[in-house]
Design a protein around this ligand. Structure first.
Ligand code: XIL
Length: 600
């Protein structure tokens, strides 16, 4: 069936793609391209590109026609251009720069310093502070001066923060905290006209990480370090963006005099994409662009790829969904609803007739379902095989009625499905830590079990607010019925149970937002392979009244924190939506706990 939207899509795609060929209007500058409309709104629309994308002539066409900014997606990074000190191969970067110039696009350089792409000779080197500073200077000077006057913006340092603390990187170890400001100084010396950005993820809205970046920016500006803007990567999930918080963050950065750019936008969905998801995605793109247009200091909206076909998220090492569709153009370069939503918004703001009619736009903006219902429907029909569910990390089926005694003996969990969690955002090389969890309920309590495998259990370092210093397991619940809630509120709890409870301290060691509301009870016992936690929370408390019903849903998440020494070095995460360890901040990233009535 061809829907109204897809007929329109095909029609517009034909008009737009034929336009340069008939030579009547230059689509780049007209109101028939993103870049034309973006220019009329005084912002850049960019796309990230690898040189091999240019082998595809259609890609070249769409890129040049729709975008007025280009970012090298990977090939300008240090590990890609230098195999030995002083040796550089710029051929790929040159190709991208030449393409951009030939197509009248501004170049957003990405990136001079990034821990994930330092050459081996840097990573494995053993340098004194002075030597490392020299290497930093040489690298930045070589790259920035080569493209002086041609690359307008540089992401000077990328992802230097890990949460609110500085990430442990080779540069931090060699040089110390001031490596970041040095990088900006060297870049500025090499091209005083280039605009220099600090770029990061998970710091788009308000929170611990963005506060830390804000504080760094404030300090840099007070001390005259040449920082001109903040890049917000913006790798998001459909239905889980807090636009208000992003707007607030852009505004406070603007008050410091900084530009902001959305530097790596993609909005992915975990399950299978259908028309409803595409509409919801379009709404998210629309609202994100609106957030940028509403802020005077937001100057660019860069998508992390042109076509879904080439998204980095299809690479199994980044994300486990080979058909994910997070961008503006389909695999066949068809513009998606998100493209039309952006076109319409930019047109509206520029006083040009929007491409979508008011009713088509309303269908995108108002019909989109709440995040919770965006998750796939449960598919289980056989209670004997409740879990692990096919939708791993999305839904866990918790049987009731099952009564559990909190005694460290797991025999009463025998018929409750177990899920193994062995991946997350921080997994050290040679990791031997994993855990199995299970959840059940009777008519008084919800029961949770974690069976942890960990060769070194670190505890005894707990202090309130500093609980990341020892091993722990976290259980998160959203009992409000609003699974799309993107902020903590009564009824949403994060409960961190410390390994130090093994010693049966007089006061239980518990951390996390609203954990006191949960009235949790637990036991923690040592086992041959690590430790076991058995916990229960009452179904009825002052803040919630959970009544298990067959296929009834709660928001649910569980994490494991491991430390091999004194600080956290392992983070295992169950919910597949939480790709950036943000559950402490954003409950819409939890998965679903679905009750299963054993009597059914
Ligand atoms: C990614 C590219 O998209 C991939 O193609 C490459 O293999 C690895 O790097 N944050 C960043 C980007 O700042 O540089 C990363 O790009 C994606 C995450």
């Amino acid at each position: 069936m061809i829907t109204k939207m897809s007929k329109l899509t095909i029609l517009l795609f034909l008009i737009v793609s034929l336009m340069p060929a008939v030579g009547l209007i230059n689509a780049q500058e007209s109101s028939f391209s993103l870049r034309g409309l973006a220019a009329q709104n005084d912002i850049y629309v960019g796309a990230a590109v690898w040189t091999n994308h240019l082998d595809d002539p259609v890609h070249q066409d769409v890129l040049g026609r729709e975008f007025n900014m280009l970012t090298p997606e990977h090939e300008a990074k240090f590990c890609m251009i230098s195999t030995a000190r002083g040796e550089y191969d710029f051929s790929k970067v040159d190709q991208l720069v030449e393409f951009a110039e030939a197509n009248d696009m501004v170049i957003h350089g990405h990136t001079l310093i990034w821990h994930s792409c330092s050459p081996d000779w840097v990573e494995n080197g053993d340098f004194s502070r002075e030597e490392a500073i020299e290497i930093l200077r040489e690298h930045i000077t070589t790259v920035v001066s080569r493209y002086k006057g041609r690359i307008a913006y540089w992401d000077v340092v990328n992802e230097a923060f890990d949460g609110a603390a500085l990430r442990d990187t080779a540069w931090l170890r060699f040089i110390g905290e001031d490596y970041i400001e040095m990088a900006f100084q060297f870049a500025h010396e090499a091209d005083p006209d280039a605009l220099l950005l600090y770029n990061d993820y998970g710091a788009e809205g308000m929170g611990g990480k963005s506060n830390a970046i804000y504080a760094m920016a404030q300090d840099f500006l007070a001390r005259g370090i040449p920082l001109h803007g903040i890049g917000m990567q913006s790798h998001f999930d459909v239905g889980s963006i807090n636009f208000t918080a992003i707007g607030q963050n852009i505004q406070r950065l603007g008050e410091l005099g900084l530009e902001v750019q959305f530097t790596e936008v993609d909005i992915k969905y975990l399950g299978e994409t259908d028309d409803e998801i595409l509409r919801h995605q379009a709404r998210d793109y629309y609202r994100l662009m609106e957030t940028c247009l509403d802020a005077e200091n937001c100057t660019a909206f860069i998508v992390w790829g042109v076509t879904d076909k080439f998204t980095w998220l299809r690479d199994a090492s980044f994300f486990d969904n080979p058909t994910v569709e997070p961008l503006l153009f389909s695999d066949e370069y068809e513009p998606k609803p998100a493209y039309f939503a952006l076109m319409s918004l930019l047109a509206q703001r520029a006083g040009v007739t929007p491409i979508l009619s008011e009713s088509e736009l309303t269908a995108i903006l108002e019909d989109a379902p709440a995040a919770a219902s965006v998750l796939p429907e449960p598919t289980k029909t056989d209670p004997a095989q409740l879990a692990p569910d096919a939708a791993n990390g999305l839904a866990y089926y918790a049987p009731f009625n099952v009564t559990i005694t909190l005694d460290g003996d797991l025999s009463d969990w025998e018929n409750v499905p177990r899920v193994t969690v062995d991946s997350g955002t921080t997994v050290p090389a040679g990791n031997d830590t994993s855990f199995e969890f299970a959840v059940a309920a009777d008519d008084a309590n919800l029961y949770y079990m974690a069976d942890v495998t960990d060769s070194i259990v670190v505890y005894g370092n707990y202090e309130a607010g500093e609980w990341y210093r020892e091993d722990s397991v976290e259980l998160y619940l959203n009992t409000t019925g609003d699974l799309g809630a993107a902020a903590y509120q009564p009824g949403i709890v994060q409960i961190g149970i410390m390994a130090g409870n093994l010693t049966q301290p007089e006061t239980p060691l518990v951390g996390g937002s609203n954990n006191g509301d949960s009235q949790i009870s637990f036991v923690v016992v040592e086992t041959e392979k690590g430790y076991v936690i058995e916990a229960s929370v009452p179904l009825k408390t002052d803040v919630w009244d959970i009544v298990p019903e067959h296929l009834g849903v709660l928001g649910f998440q569980t994490h494991l924190n491991g430390s091999a020494a004194t600080d956290r070095d392992t983070k295992l995460i169950w919910s597949a939506a939480d790709t950036q360890d943000q559950s402490w901040n954003n409950p819409s990233l939890f998965g679903q706990l679905i009750f299963w009535d054993k009597a059914q």
